[in-house]
Every structure is written in C-alpha cells, then in structure tokens.
Write a protein that binds this ligand. Structure first.
Ligand code: AR6
Length: 191
C-alpha cells in the first residue's frame, strides 16, 4: 500500500488541507513565488510565528546535523518547521527550504529531504492531508521533470498510508502539472 497522491493545477493558497507546505528560504521571513502568496493570503500571523520560530531555531529543530548551515543563519536547506496558517483554509503551514538548482552538483538528496522532513513534521502535527508546491522549480530554477521525479518518488517512499489520507501536489501551471503527471505515472508503473 502506498499513500494516495493527487495532482491539482491551481493555487496552493486556496487548498483546504490539514497542512500546506511552503517553498520558503532560510530566513523564514517571506519572499516571492509561493512563499509570497502564502504570506499575502495568510496574513501577518504567519510571519509573526516565523519570527518566533527563527528566534528559537536550535530548539525547534532539536539538533543540528553534520555539515548543515550553522544555526543562527536560519533554517537549513532540506529541513522543515511548522507555523500557524493564519487566514488560510489550512491547519498549519510547514516551511521548508529547497536547494537552488546546480548543473554541476547533485543536490537531489536535499530536495528529497524537504519532502521527507515536511511529511515528518506533518505526521507530528497529526495532519492527514498535506499539499505541496513544486519545491525549488521557480526562483531556485530546478528543472520541472527532474524535480517532479524526486518529489513523487520521495513521497511514495516516505508517506506512511496509515498516517496520511492524501498528499496533494498543487501545480501552478500546465507545464508543472504535466511534469508531475508523467512522474506519477512512471512511479506507478515501477511499483
Ligand atoms: N500556488 C502553487 N504554486 C505556485 C504558486 C501558488 N500560489 N506561486 C508559485 N508557484 P517558487 P522555489 C509555483 O519560486 O523555486 C521565494 O522567494 C512556481 O510556479 O515559489 O523553491 C522563497 O522565499 C514554481 O513551480 O519556490 C525563496 O527565496 C513553484 O511554485 C525562493 O522563492 C516553486 O517556485 C524559493 O524558490
């Protein structure tokens, strides 16, 4: 049994789910893309909670892992933390920091880690429906097809169907939707 993975073309900030995943940056203070949209629609409560979290990041993360950005410089790439969801139709926002695409270095393990960590935090919160954007495929320039393969494979491997009813990828445009649809079909064939 694998978790139910669904695809929607649309706006992540309009989803009614237990938890929404934000493609944030290490500062946790907002930015463009889906991050900007979440803060705009969700209102100032989310940013206030992000500021509180920033101030307590070592405790919030429990531990720092070898090789990670030292705490004090924000949330390390590949990790995830949860805040309130403000005015959004969601129970929580889980902020994760995707890797910037590199043509010379394979950072796919960090992209996979974003999905695993977001799911781990969601499970801790008891969130059974979780919506993800296509992390790293905007400002961070990760090619859609490859990002889709990593995201779908990781969710299939990491999401325990006993803990989650649905993991939804919310894709902003047709190209992103098609890339995820292809990755999902291919991963289904493989299992
Ligand atoms: N709903 C769903 N998907 C969206 C939405 C939306 N409302 N808006 C954009 N996307 P990006 P990244 C798609 O740039 O690449 C921010 O400034 C978008 O088309 O949001 O991980 C942060 O603060 C793309 O497919 O995130 C960081 O600094 C995907 O969401 C940086 O960008 C991700 O694009 C993170 O870059």
């Amino acid at each position: 049994m694998t978790v139910s993975i669904t695809l929607v073309q649309g706006d992540l900030t309009r989803q009614r789910v237990d938890a929404l995943v934000n493609a944030a940056n290490s500062s946790l203070l907002g930015g463009g893309g889906v991050d900007g949209a979440i803060h705009r629609r969700g209102g100032p409560e989310i940013l206030a909670d992000c500021r509180r979290l920033r101030a307590s990041l070592p405790q919030a993360l429990n531990s720092v892992r070898a090789g990670e950005t030292p705490i004090g410089k924000g949330l390390p790439t590949g990790r995830a933390v949860a805040t309130v969801a403000g005015k959004l139709d969601a129970g929580h926002v889980i902020h994760t920091v995707g890797p910037v695409w590199s043509a010379t270095e394979d950072r796919s393990e960090l992209l996979a880690s974003c999905h695993r960590e977001a799911l781990r935090v969601a499970a801790e919160l008891g969130a059974r429906t979780v919506a993800f954007p296509a992390i790293s495929t905007g400002v961070y320039r990760w090619p859609l097809d490859d990002a889709a393969r990593v995201a779908v494979r990781t969710v299939r491997e990491a999401a325990d169907p006993a803990l989650f009813d649905e993991v939804r990828f919310v894709l902003f445009d047709r190209a992103a939707y098609d890339a995820f649809a292809e990755a999902l079909a291919a991963s289904g064939d493989a299992t």
